[in-house]
Design a protein around this ligand. Sequence first.
Ligand code: ZN
Length: 206
Amino acid sequence: MKQQQAPGQLEIARAFINTLDLEAGTDDFATSTGMQRWLARHLPAAPGTINEDDRRRVVEFRVLLRAAAAANGPTSPDIDWLSALNHLADGTPLQLRFGDALAPHLSTPDDGRDTVFAQLLWIVAVAAIDGTWKRLKVCPAEDCRWAFYDNSKNRMGVWCQMAECGNRHKARAHRARQHLAPPERQPDRSARPGDRKKPWEATQRT
Ligand SMILES: [Zn+2]
């Protein structure tokens, strides 16, 4: 498997997006208790409570982040994620705080979903400044959409795994081309079937 892990806290944002795993058909955020458990494990400061309304808003935020990361790849997402992200930042009371050795972070007086937004907005902002955000991408395969960190030298990685999603896409495109192409005349193989040597015969016979 390709190295997909993002550096530093950006890995939290990547894991956050991948809580919805289309290939496995699982969603860690399907219930508010599931979400709360995940957030407690992954965020530096876990929210006190997550109610159903919080859960829905955080899931919407996940859609936004996935679209924002997808925009780092070749296809542009079909939602206006930038306006939505700014709208979300507008509606979240954010406070700049300093920790040990002046380590900055964003905080919020709210104990619910805003705690989630504040921490992830901070992670995204830092990654946008240090240049790592551009490498957080989303696999364009419709049935995958996995977020991965593009560790390639030329930053041109497109698929989460070329061996799976990339090749599946190539095979589909090939089939589509064949479907569109005018019918070709097939060689008549039925005439003398006995003449065609089976692959294993070539090596067994001496
Ligand atoms: Zn993929």
